[in-house]
Design a protein around this ligand. Structure first.
Ligand code: HEC
Ligand code: HEC
Length: 160
């Protein structure tokens, strides 16, 4: 009987020790770049949407193969299965008249790089890759460096 009680007590003590070892919620309030410190079960007031930049000035690219950002407003431009307003100006056949930059030849290629006379379906939904911009502070940090910039930095560790 005594041994049984001893076993029960030791197992209870072991369980208690385990419970204490469980990770605890840190005292620091949860912080998310988008939500701030608002608790997950509360809906914070959303910040105002920044106005889209509409300067009509083509921006430089940050890396090779980057889809250029859209330098004009695209509000109310229909872009769905029925109509593509972007192409009304950007199709190669329309560019001369509209003054818009014609879509790159890559937009007429299929995945086998065969060029066809019509826009490739995989390039139909322009805003999948091209986005308008706003002059705002970045929400999260970013230390991206384009590969050509890495190569331009002098190789310090390299022995010659
Ligand atoms: C009314 C004509 C018109 C329509 C519609 C239009 N654009 Fe443009 N777009 C232009 C013109 C003109 C430019 C040249 C810069 C400028 O004047 O804004 C341009 C520039 C661009 C550029 C920059 C190209 C570069 O080389 O940097 C992109 C990307 C672009 N438009 C995407 C789009 C997308 C996506 C849509 C549809 C959501 C669209 N555009 C609808 C006229 C148009
Ligand atoms: C799958 C991604 C993707 C989609 C979808 C897409 N583009 Fe592009 N676009 C790119 C990339 C990447 C480039 C730059 C490299 C290149 O020329 O292919 C580009 C380049 C461009 C350029 C600049 C051409 C130049 O000569 O400087 C224009 C204008 C453009 N796209 C318009 C459009 C329009 C309008 C649509 C919709 C009909 C569209 N794109 C759909 C990825 C895309």
């Amino acid at each position: 009987m005594r041994t049984l009680i001893a076993i029960v007590i030791t197992s209870l003590l072991a369980l208690a020790a385990l419970a204490i070892a469980q990770p605890t919620v840190p005292g620091v309030p949860f912080h998310d770049a988008l939500r701030g410190t608002a608790p997950l079960d509360e809906e914070p007031k959303a910040p105002l949407i920044a106005p889209t930049e509409n300067k009509d000035v083509i921006r430089g690219l940050n890396y090779a193969q980057q889809p250029p950002t859209i330098p004009h407003k695209i509000d109310n431009y229909q872009l769905d299965k029925n109509a593509n307003r972007c192409l009304a100006c950007h199709a190669r056949s329309r560019a001369e008249e509209s003054g818009a930059v014609p879509v790159a030849v890559s937009h007429y290629m299929d995945r086998e790089s065969a060029v066809s006379g019509h826009l490739s379906p995989r390039r139909y939904f322009c805003t999948q890759c091209h986005v308008p911009q706003a002059d705002t502070k970045p929400l999260v940090g970013n230390s991206f460096v384009a590969v050509e910039d890495i190569r331009q930095q002098p190789a310090k560790t390299k022995k010659r």
